[in-house]
Design a protein around this ligand. Structure first.
Ligand code: C2E
Ligand code: MG
Ligand code: MG
Ligand code: MG
Length: 288
């Protein structure tokens, strides 16, 4: 043990081991500050949700929504999720954020239902840490009951990496989610370094083709081939396929020709505040 400590101390170019360096204290201060900021944000309604439609072939046919979090910071302005979700994932803060998102998404469903709007499922993004925690399923089922919302109106999006960390626990939690009728979607599919075996072991419903393959699928044959392969894989496993980040007509046309029918992306709709979604849900024609 002592040898290891000395090795690291030497590695760092120091004669004696320092247990609390200025840079460490910097990290701690930063973390502490971050935790306080997140707590403040939760307490004073700095977070909000926007919703991006998933469409069936055409812009008008809205099949579902994805809830995406926004942080409107009082001094720093709008902070994108990529700038705080990864840091929140390092601690339990992510569970509090994810629970807030679930609560708000279901509350929104209730509000739209009370307004007499057509209701479509809302997908929420969950971090792996929260997925495998004991509190997730009880939290969701309690909220579904409180708001009187069917589980089939909630979808969970998780990334591949999450599925590999603790597959046994994922199987357990997902079985419980299925019992509540909640659909499960694999986000950013194709970007994780994973074996595909989890696809047959987990009760998944949807694969979302990552935007990085969609981006150049109309220009590079390799990207088109990857999209095609993912679409075939999904079909043979009886999973629904969704293309994400579709920005142009040529991308959508290419994906359609490869057999994809459900799309999400700026070409169809941007993520929108709930009032704008409500207008769309009134206006669009009901399908299926
Ligand atoms: P994601 O779940 O893969 O979400 C898709 C992201 O792509 C969103 O970015 C969305 O605004 C963006 N997007 C949609 N259409 C297009 C398009 O046509 N082109 C391009 N370039 N981008 C498009 P956003 O909202 O910044 O979220 C980024 C990531 O942050 C999400 O990726 C998700 O991993 C995470 N995230 C967002 N909201 C939440 C949340 O409530 N909880 C958790 N745990 N993570 C979240
Ligand atoms: Mg997502
Ligand atoms: Mg994604
Ligand atoms: Mg992503």
């Amino acid at each position: 043990q002592a040898d290891i400590a000395m090795y690291w101390a030497k590695e760092k170019g120091r004669d004696n081991a320092q247990f609390f360096t200025p840079e460490m204290s910097n990290i701690v201060t930063k973390k502490f500050g971050f935790e306080k900021e997140i707590n403040d944000a939760l307490a004073s309604e700095q977070f909000s949700l926007v919703f991006q439609p998933k469409v069936f072939m055409e812009k008008e046919n809205i099949l579902g929504l994805e809830a995406l979090i926004r942080w409107n910071h009082p001094t720093k302005g709008l902070i994108p999720p990529a700038d705080f979700i990864p840091m929140a994932e390092e601690s339990n803060l992510i569970s509090r954020i994810d629970e807030w998102v679930i609560d708000q998404a279901l509350l929104q469903q209730k509000a739209w239902r009370d307004q007499g709007l057509r209701i479509v499922p809302i997908a929420v993004n969950l971090s792996g840490r929260h997925l495998v925690s004991d509190s997730l399923v009880p939290y969701i089922s309690q909220k579904l009951i409180a708001y009187g919302i069917d589980g089939c109106l909630l979808e969970i999006e998780i990334t591949e990496g999450v599925l590999l960390q603790d597959i046994q626990r994922c199987i357990e939690v997902m079985a419980e989610l299925k019992e509540l009728d909640i659909r499960i979607s694999v986000d950013d599919f194709g970007t994780g370094y994973s074996s595909l075996s989890y696809l047959k072991r987990l009760p998944l419903d949807i694969l979302k083709i990552d935007q990085s393959f969609v981006e150049e699928c109309d220009r590079h044959i390799e990207d088109a081939k990857i999209c095609e392969t993912i679409i075939h894989l999904a079909r043979s496993l009886e999973l629904v396929i969704v293309a994400e980040g579709v920005e142009t007509a040529p991308q959508a046309d290419m994906l359609k020709s490869l057999g994809c029918e459900i799309f999400q992306g700026y070409y169809f709709h941007n993520p929108m505040i709930s009032a704008d979604i409500a207008k769309l849900l009134i206006a669009d024609h009901v399908i299926g």
